[in-house]
Design a protein around this ligand. Structure first.
Ligand SMILES: *Cc1c(COP(=O)(O)O)cnc(C)c1O
Length: 415
């Protein structure tokens, strides 16, 4: 008997509800993007059905000939896009990619030096509530309290004092350029591995809009669903000498069968990143973030580090005596979706926070430019200053809908 489940009406309705939400709101969470309709359709492909444990040419299942071609294509494109010696395209997520990198190079109890979550690092950079903080001895670094940027002299001093086995660079909430060459000099000086986690900025790096760690770092991990604008998942790049250790750490170390349907979608997007259209998109992300930051500064807001070099902005709400929690909720009511976020040396915890974090990958992908950023800054300004005024939030909600209607997405997506 055939088993042939359909998408039931309950789920159909929920999918339509989510498409409507994405179409009619300004999505400004800087770790999100909107996949093209073409790649969304590609994601729903028959490779979902295929078990392909192992790697191209070396599988534990029969029938992997075509899967081999797809995975090899993704690997070659990842290497070409970033100029890497080796690529593993199987990690299901950025967290898993980092775990594999640690497992490949470290022993339990080794010391890692990484940015504190509260300062802009990621959970997998040694947070106490994450495996990384339980398995390894963690030395956390912060930004300089005055400049709110990384001070490389301080970092060298800390590395000399603590002698980490690995230095983890990269962040989830750092609005400035990361100088991977300076980090490499520090890692070399203390004899540490260098793991660069470029999850947030992978698209900028591939487009040459942000300096690349690939020539330096031993291992580079990144998610494919943030600025890179691909399917959810991750990639690990490394020097050839670590290829074997990295591959073994991913499979069989951590994962079972790869998500071959997602790897196909990764290949599609990685094939685009060397095109002028992709470069133009990444440049526009940064230009839009700068336009948004400039307009907020002009209106008197305090931005962490005084502005942005990349795709994201961290806004300090302390001068207004407001919390990230209250402001993020008020903005969502007005159709502006972003997240509360701790700021460096935040007196408040992660469930309240003194800041909000937002960025331009989706706005830019919809085709918006600097003029729209000025308009959005104005809408944000009105909501933040009138966070408890229902009429103003309703007025901005209407304006957001009108703006979104001018930059439609997913009009050709049938569910
Ligand atoms: C998003 C992110 C991750 C984790 O990615 P997931 O796919 O959510 O597990 C890891 N590191 C950094 C720096 C990130 O920004």
């Amino acid at each position: 008997m055939r088993f042939n489940p359909q998408v039931d009406p309950v789920l159909k309705d929920l999918l339509h509800e989510e498409i409507e939400r994405q179409q009619t709101t300004l999505s400004m969470i800087p770790s999100e993007n909107c996949l093209s309709s073409a790649v969304i359709k590609l994601l729903g492909n028959v490779f979902n059905n295929k078990y392909a444990e192992g790697y191209p040419g070396n599988r534990y299942y029969q029938g992997c000939g075509v899967a081999d071609k797809v995975e090899s294509l993704a690997i070659e494109r990842a290497k070409a896009a970033f100029g890497a010696e080796h690529a593993n395209v199987q990690p299901h997520s950025g967290s898993g990619a980092n775990m594999a990198a640690y497992f490949a190079l470290l022993n339990d109890g080794d010391t890692i030096m990484a940015m504190d979550l509260k300062q802009g690092g990621h959970l997998t950079h040694g947070s106490k509530v994450n495996f990384s903080g339980k398995v390894y001895n963690v030395v956390h670094y912060s930004v300089d309290p005055k400049t709110e940027q990384i001070d490389y002299d301080q970092m060298l001093q800390l590395a000399r004092e603590t002698k980490p086995r690995m230095i983890v660079t990269g962040a989830t909430a750092y609005p400035r350029t990361i100088h991977f060459d300076k980090w490499q000099a520090i890692a070399d000086e203390v004899g540490a591995y260098h793991l660069a986690d470029i999850s947030h900025i992978a698209g900028l790096v591939a487009a040459g809009v942000h300096p690349s760690p690939v020539p330096y770092a031993d291992v580079v991990t990144f998610t494919t669903h943030k600025t890179l604008a691909g399917p959810r998942g991750a990639v690990i790049l490394c020097k050839a000498k670590y290829a074997d250790a990295i591959d073994k750490a991913v499979f069989p170390g951590l994962q079972g069968g790869p998500l071959m349907h997602v790897i196909a979608a990764k290949a599609a997007v990685l094939g685009e990143v060397t095109t002028p259209a992709f470069r133009g998109y990444q440049q526009a992300i940064v230009e839009n973030a700068r336009a948004l930051a400039d307009e907020l500064l002009r209106r008197g807001y305090r931005l962490i580090s005084g502005g942005t070099d990349n795709h994201l902005i961290l806004l300090d709400l302390r001068p207004l005596d407001l919390t990230g929690k209250v402001v993020a909720a008020a903005l969502e009511e007005a159709g502006i979706v972003l997240n509360m976020n701790t700021i460096p040396f935040d007196p408040k915890g992660p469930k309240t926070t003194s800041g909000i974090r937002f960025g331009t990958p989706i706005l830019t992908n919809r085709g918006m430019g600097p003029a729209e950023m000025v308009q959005i800054a104005d809408m944000m300004d009105r909501v933040i200053k009138n966070y408890d005024n229902a009429a103003i939030k309703a007025q901005v909600r209407q304006e957001v809908k009108e703006l979104c209607a001018r930059y439609p997405i997913y009009t050709d997506l049938q569910i």
